[in-house]
Design a protein around this ligand. Structure first.
Ligand code: PLP
Length: 390
């Protein structure tokens, strides 16, 4: 108990894949050289492969929000009508960006922990046939809920609107069939399921979205999709790229391809399932029970306990950094992440620690009950039969 390893267990930044971290040491190279072009091209090709699309994938030097902004400034014009689906802090970010660029918003808003339904999107499109775009989060990281992107995409595909999906924590935690489901823009970020530090974002662009780009009149300079896509095709970025992160991503993508993107998704799904079972076993309530996603699981603190006490307990007792709620959810919930480089050994530790922390804060816990639930999900998935005493 005197040694506490620091463990970063938040939904971004996420735990780092060590070979990717080591690869960053080779950053003493120049970005206008063939050596670097080879790496950059491989990264773009591998991103397309793991995202499962032949559409252009355009990288940006930015955190995820930079690519969100780019999808607005490059694909719309001032006054364009758009439908913004919001059910959490990241949905609110779409509203802020759309407002900053002078788009006319039709907001479909749900309470934190709830989701916007495909029927609501369809109704909004019917009522606003002139809508040029629909914005949403695949996984709303602030609440843990996930949207039914498939059903929405198939509806939106029949209209002139483009579907812009913030999949920054959706990629690697849920299936996203970009071309089959009509997803025109799918945005990812380096510090989520891609297992490397923050500072890089990327987005896929459909032919329908490129059509929007041709008529879009909003001002832009640094985040220029068309320019960046042309640069990427030549193995370069328009400006000085974050070479260290490109080297890291090359390594992480090799690993993800080796496992398979579907297995990375299944990994997160199993960890999420085990977390839900353990929360229930401990008598805790889930915050987004109707459509819980697999990037994170949001759990309500027990009645009368500030979730900050739990977050603090993780840090002070075990050196673990876990996420509190954001905005008005702060103090109400705590969030356990599953995306990227998380495994069952992490989760045994997290739930075992949670039991101690809850108990230390006066919440009655039968030690082992939550951990048992995680073991059961693991055993079932791995085909381990529990030995029974004779
Ligand atoms: C992390 C995240 C973002 C991007 O945030 P940045 O801090 O700009 O990387 C956007 N949307 C969702 C759903 C996220 O989880």
């Amino acid at each position: 108990m005197h040694i506490k390893k620091t463990r970063l267990l938040t939904p971004g930044p996420t735990p780092l894949y060590p070979p990717a971290l080591h690869a960053m040491m080779a950053s003493d190279l120049h970005h206008r050289t063939q050596d670097f072009r080879n790496v950059y091209k491989a990264v773009v090709t591998d991103l397309k492969e793991v995202m499962g699309t032949s559409y252009d994938v355009v990288p940006f030097v930015a955190s995820g929000s930079g690519a969100m902004e780019a999808s607005v400034s490059n694909l719309f014009s001032q006054g364009d009508k758009v439908i913004v689906c919001t059910a959490g802090k990241f949905g609110e970010r779409w509203q802020s960006i759309a407002k900053a660029y002078g788009l006319t918003q039709v907001v479909v808003q749900k309470e934190y922990g709830q989701v916007v339904t495909p029927d609501e999107v369809e109704a909004a499109l019917k009522a606003n046939p002139d809508a040029r775009g629909v914005f949403i989060q695949a996984s709303e990281t602030s609440t843990g809920a996930m949207h039914n992107i498939e059903a929405m995409g198939k509806t939106i595909a029949k209209t002139d609107a483009i579907f812009v999906v913030d999949a920054i924590t959706g990629l690697g935690t849920m299936p996203l069939k970009i071309e089959d489901w009509g997803l025109d823009v799918v945005i990812g970020g380096s510090q989520k399921a891609f297992m490397i530090p923050p500072g890089m974002a990327f987005l896929s662009v459909s032919p329908k979205a490129w059509k929007h780009n041709e008529t879009s009149k909003l001002p832009r300079f640094y985040f220029n999709l068309k320019k960046e896509a042309a640069s990427a095709a030549a193995g370069e970025s328009s400006w000085t790229p974050n070479t260290s992160l490109i080297l890291a991503l090359a390594e992480a993508l090799k690993y993800i391809k080796g496992i398979g993107m579907d297995k990375l998704v299944e990994n997160a799904q199993l960890l999420a399932k085990a977390t839900r079972h353990s929360a229930t076993a401990l008598g805790l309530e889930l915050f987004a029970p109707s459509r819980p996603g697999s990037s994170i699981t949001s759990i309500k603190a027990p009645a009368g306990m500030d979730s900050g006490k739990i977050v603090k307990g993780f840090k002070e007792r075990f050196g673990m950094i876990i996420a509190n709620g954001q905005g008005t959810m702060q103090g109400q919930i705590f969030r356990i992440a599953h995306l990227g480089y998380f495994d069952f050994a992490d989760l045994f530790a997290v739930i075992g620690s949670l039991e101690v922390i809850l108990s230390a804060n006066g919440y009655p816990v039968e030690f082992g009950k939550g951990v048992t639930a995680v073991q059961q999900v693991y055993a079932e998935a791995a085909g381990v039969n529990q030995a029974v005493k004779a």
